[in-house]
Design a protein around this ligand. Structure first.
Ligand code: IMP
Length: 425
């Protein structure tokens, strides 16, 4: 039998090849039926993975998207910025929908995102004025900053009888450093409830993953955001503070690219960006309005409207090379139905000469000019289509061009928001 993503096995990574918001939650929900383990490796409550299935519609921020498969163990890796207030709120929603999360393990080495990280995030953005990054305000940057500074609280501290002492000392330091007025007694009181709720889920996730690889289990790594928000390879400083690509898997789970069978790069059939930072293929005017409305392009976490752009194949080629992509997953192809013309960015020029993407250099990306290839659109609604050959001819031509220009085969095409509205190619 031909191996498709529908019968995938081994170790797989789902990572965004854009600026996030590609529909990862939905793909993972589809793929997790075969997973023994679903493991979240980066980011924090800045991400919002939307899943619609027979249990309802869910926006997950910390909880891995494999939670709907009762057979899968769901891991939160050590390099996730662990916002426990968010996790507990997600648990409440899952409780109400009668979805069990008994198979959850949170790595004991993960750094906690605390109130002061969220306050610092907001304060820094305010002081930046018109040079702001446009963060989600979820305290993710300051959580990672403290981790790199080797300070702050870890998940394992929650199990320590000295937790209140540690919290007090950390609050005193934060108050002094940032001129805050936080009360450690109040925070400890709120955390007592959180600890009672989460302590049984804290464990060692790297050992679980290594054991599962030895036993040839199916492991699905769930990335958050997209490669061009990577702290090292993205459009710095308009990036997030973690690694959304395969290097993020190593940072959480000590698994390298050599031990991964499938690296699935996911993007919408167009692109979007939320927050500040350059996007060479930005669409203005009525096509932009059409995509925002039809694609419901409003942030899951912050409610901000996302700016749409045409798909940028220069960026996808870069992500493919740097991460060793084996598949592309293209989502929301149905949103493009009804557009007269659809553009694909195939090259960049700068001052009349060909140029490439330069990692970490937002200034360069803000100056490049996209070279577009223009395609005829299609009118048919395609949400009920289940095979590639039944798609409108122009949709097929568009998708085949993406494969040809990036050199990466498309193995998953979503044509609607619900489970099953998918073409496996
Ligand atoms: P932070 O991750 O909240 O610090 O935000 C840094 C940048 O990453 C901002 O431009 C955010 O809009 C963007 N960002 C962070 N998380 C996501 C996400 O899940 N989807 C899309 N953009 C995100």
């Amino acid at each position: 039998m031909k191996e498709t993503l529908q019968n995938w096995q081994g170790t797989a990574v789902v990572m965004g090849v854009d600026w996030g918001d590609s529909g990862k939650g939905r793909l993972i929900d589809d793929l997790s039926g075969r997973a023994d383990i679903v493991a979240r490796f980066n980011g924090g409550s800045n991400t919002g993975h939307t899943i619609e299935n027979e249990k309802g519609k869910f926006a997950l921020h910390i909880m891995p998207s494999g939670i709907f498969n009762p057979e899968a163990v769901n891991l939160v890796g050590r390099n996730v910025a662990l916002d426990l207030e968010s996790l507990v709120a997600e648990m409440d929603v899952l409780d109400a929908a009668r979805v069990s999360y008994e198979n959850l393990v949170i790595d004991k080495e993960a750094s906690l995102t605390m109130t002061w990280h969220k306050m610092r995030d907001g304060l820094r953005e305010k002081l930046r004025g018109d040079k702001k990054v446009g963060t989600t305000g979820k305290g993710v940057g300051p959580t990672y900053a403290d981790r790199v500074e080797r300070v702050g609280l870890l998940a394992r501290d929650l199990l320590d009888p000295q937790f209140e002492e540690k919290l007090k000392s950390e609050v005193e330091i934060q108050n002094q450093l940032y001129d805050l007025d936080l009360d450690h007694v109040q925070i400890a009181k709120a955390y007592k409830k959180i600890i009672d709720r989460v302590k049984k889920y804290i464990g060692n996730t790297t050992q679980i993953v290594q054991g599962a690889q030895k036993d040839s289990k199916n492991i699905l790594f769930e990335g958050a955001q997209g490669y061009f928000l990577d702290i090292d390879a993205g459009t710095y400083p308009f990036v997030t503070s973690s690694n959304p690509g395969v290097s993020g898997v190593s940072r959480s789970f000590d698994i390298t690219r050599d031990n991964i069978n499938h690296v699935i790069g996911i993007t919408k059939a167009y692109t979007t960006r939320v927050g500040e930072g350059p996007m060479p293929t930005k669409i203005e005017g009525k096509d932009a309005d059409y995509i925002i409305k039809k694609g419901r392009e409003v942030g899951t976490t912050t409610g901000r409207v996302r700016s749409p752009g045409w798909l940028d194949l220069v960026l996808i080629r870069e992500a493919a090379t740097a991460n060793g992509l084996t598949s592309l997953a293209i989502t929301k192809v149905d949103v493009l139905s009804g557009l007269k013309k659809i553009s694909l960015c195939v090259e960049y020029t700068l001052d009349g000469k060909d140029t490439v993407y330069i990692p970490h250099d937002a200034e360069h990306l803000s100056r490049v000019k996209p070279v577009f290839k223009i395609f005829d659109g299609w009118d048919e609604e395609i949400s009920d289509v289940r095979s590639f050959n039944s798609l409108p001819k122009n949709a097929q031509i568009y998708l085949l061009a993406i494969e040809e220009i990036t050199g990466v085969p498309i193995h998953f095409i979503s044509v609607g928001p619900y489970r099953g509205q998918v073409i496996y190619k």
